[in-house]
Design a protein around this ligand. Structure first.
Ligand code: ZN
Length: 246
């Protein structure tokens, strides 16, 4: 087995794992949705018609950046233009598209998901809703590519959601984060008019996160000989930004 075919089989297995996780988290419905990961000039992408929550590596097809089949026996997703467009033009490593219920509901109503929680800054803040176009068309791919400008996620009007990132794990985490945020927005909107973070508050969060290396664990310094061992501190979340606070 060559190094490149070995890498491809790892990517195909990773795509299958990602789909099963998205299914277990409730983001997938039947055959709807698609996932891809890029390695060099090749893209491993889910096959059209496959039940994603039960996906196996042989249901992942490998194409080049022009969409030419390189490996696999099944036709790639009907949203291949979208995947290849994001890989080519956004230089991303992985893309996840789902019809997740909370995200899809928001995409049926709003033109943009406001920055209702500081965690949305991991996706770039507000999340645009790409105008509707028929699935699988170049028009839809273009619409989503535009909505993704400077963002890790986009919603698709009356359709679903897209997230992308440098790694497949991160793209999946982004999909879960977006679904959670859309659920929070819906619950908040059911009670009243949700507040959202303004630009100054968003900037303050980014500064605080950079200063504290937010989102990673931090080992404590080794205890000096003879002194009691201190417990490892839990990861400290960024405190919510209050109105008027710098
Ligand atoms: Zn779709």
């Amino acid at each position: 087995m060559t190094a490149s075919s070995s890498a491809l089989s790892e990517e195909r297995a990773a795509v299958a794992d990602a789909c099963r996780r998205l299914g277990a988290e409730g983001l997938l419905i039947g055959t709807a949705g698609n996932v891809s990961v890029r390695t060099g000039d090749l893209v491993a992408v889910t096959a059209t018609g496959a039940v994603l929550a039960e996906l196996t590596p042989d249901q992942v097809t490998v194409v080049d950046l022009d969409g030419t089949l390189v490996s696999g026996t099944l036709r790639p997703t009907s949203e291949l233009d979208l995947h290849l467009g994001v890989h080519r033009r956004r230089g991303t490593g992985a893309l996840v598209h789902t019809h997740a219920p909370m995200a899809t509901a928001v995409a049926c109503v709003l033109d943009e998901l406001p920055c209702i929680h500081y965690q949305l800054l991991a996706l770039g803040g507000t999340v645009r809703v790409a105008p509707y176009a028929t699935f699988g068309t170049p028009e839809l791919a273009e619409s989503v590519l535009t909505a993704l400008d400077g963002r890790g996620a986009a919603l698709m009007a009356n359709h679903g959601a897209v997230t992308h990132a440098a790694t497949l794990d991160r793209a999946v985490e982004h999909a879960l984060l977006l679904e959670w945020a859309c659920g929070v927005y819906q619950r908040a909107a059911a009670m009243g008019r949700p507040r959202f973070l303004d630009e100054r508050q968003q900037r303050a969060v980014i500064e605080a996160a950079l200063a504290r290396d937010y989102g990673t664990t931090h080992p404590v310094a080794p205890a000096a000989s003879g002194s009691p061992v201190r417990p490892v501190q839990p990861v400290r979340p960024v405190p919510p930004v209050q109105e008027g606070q710098r």
